[in-house]
Design a binder for this molecule. Sequence first.
Ligand code: RTP
Length: 155
Amino acid sequence: LVASMEDVEETYIMVKPDGVQRGLVGEMISRFEKKGFKLTGLKLFQCPQELAEEHYKDLKSKSFFPKLISYITSGPVVCMAWEGVGVVASARKLIGATNPLQAEPGTIRGDLAVQTGRNVIHGSDSPDNGKREIVIPFLCNKNILSVYDYSRFLI
Ligand code: RTP
């Protein structure tokens, strides 16, 4: 059965500061490309505190929230939009469990990370969150470098 355009989704993937600093960006992009998804947006970005808080607003009440915000703002992140059939759930599978020690070997976190607080990558947990999260970096003009045509995000 061939998928129709209606089945095509978009998700937001962010290589976190430890992933960028450790030189793992290419490795992570490669996994999504090999799976067959399409890269539709890419931006190296120093996330300001207020945008990190907006991105993680659902976790505001958690005890680890302040640590999470200082982690995400500690260095540049690589923000990406990926498109494809079933991409939201599939990306979460490719990424693996939140705690890298519980993530299966073969997943990004299972292969490349050890600590929950340094788990190298983020992926949206639903299509609605994907749509919400994607616009945060692409609408912010405090970017370091834009590597792709992100004009479609401008409103
Ligand atoms: P993400 O949003 O980054 O893809 O991660 P996730 O859905 O797998 O996990 P979530 O529960 O949404 O947590 C977001 C990020 O917060 C950090 N975290 N630290 N106990 C802790 O110290 C703790 N728990 C979560 C992780 O970086 C996690 O990815």
